[in-house]
Design a protein around this ligand. Structure first.
Ligand code: PGA
Length: 242
């Protein structure tokens, strides 16, 4: 299975800086799947700037409805129409800052799939939950609530305490959680769950990417801060096992 190296720009990046970013990517992306998810207004320009490369462009969220009176929301149908391929759903920042529940994430995943987008559903425990020994229970519950039947997409395991902090779980902890997620996906989705890519996210950088990407059941990475610099993003892609 080809690894997926995905960048989540969050509320970062500018139109002015796009050409330099794209130029800096060089030949990245010949034997891994590469994806960049910039803020909504940069999706179209990023698609245009990356035309002719194998690098896909996605969104960081979409509305649960497909159209209508929903001020400020962006529909999966429109994202697909302008050429976005993927959408990140249920990121912990949206769960925490916007009160997104697992059932909303599941409904958004259905909407996204119907529009032709590939969802990346994020799950992950807080530090309190990990210290209380509840990490696997929390993640299993998030999967059960967020992943719709017949789901065709990716999962990203992102421990909340590792996001933007420079802290990462041990390789053994990543392996244990990815095995838990794999087993849960198998139970929920049957055969499809046994091959679905499970990304790791949370403080992935060039210096730790090779070790994290080599962990069993880690099918790629979802990268925040380090995806903003083309050379860091390319270095992480180069560290992915082939
Ligand atoms: P980080 O963010 O790489 O900056 O820790 C990861 C994410 O939130 O997707």
């Amino acid at each position: 299975m080809r690894p997926m190296i995905a960048g989540n720009w969050k509320m970062n990046g500018t139109l002015a800086a796009l050409p330099a970013f794209v130029a800096g990517l060089g030949r990245t992306g010949t034997d891994v799947d590469l994806l960049i998810c910039p803020p909504f207004p940069l999706i179209g320009p990023m698609i245009a700037a990356l035309r002719g490369t194998a690098i896909a462009v996605g969104a960081q969220d979409c509305a649960v409805e497909t159209a209508g009176a929903h001020t400020g929301d962006v529909s999966a149908v429109l994202l697909a129409e302008i050429g976005a391929s993927h959408v990140i759903l249920g990121h912990s920042e949206r769960r925490a800052d916007h009160g997104e529940t697992s059932s909303l994430v599941r409904d958004k995943a259905r909407t996204a799939i119907a529009a032709g987008l590939i969802p990346i559903i994020c799950v992950g425990e807080t530090l309190d939950e990990r210290e209380a020994g509840e990490a696997e229970t929390v993640v299993r519950a998030q999967l059960a609530g967020s992943v719709p039947d017949h789901f065709a997409g990716l999962i990203a395991y992102e421990p909340v305490w590792a996001i933007g902090t420079g802290k990462t779980p041990t390789e053994a902890d990543v392996a244990a959680m990815h095995a838990t997620i794999r087993a849960a996906l198998g139970r929920q989705l049957g055969d499809a769950g046994t091959t679905m890519r499970i990304l790791y996210g949370g403080s992935v950088k060039p210096s730790n990417a090779a070790a994290l990407l080599a962990v069993p059941e880690v099918g790629g990475a979802l990268i925040g801060g380090a995806s903003l610099q083309a050379d860091d993003f390319s270095a992480i892609a180069a560290a992915a096992p082939r």
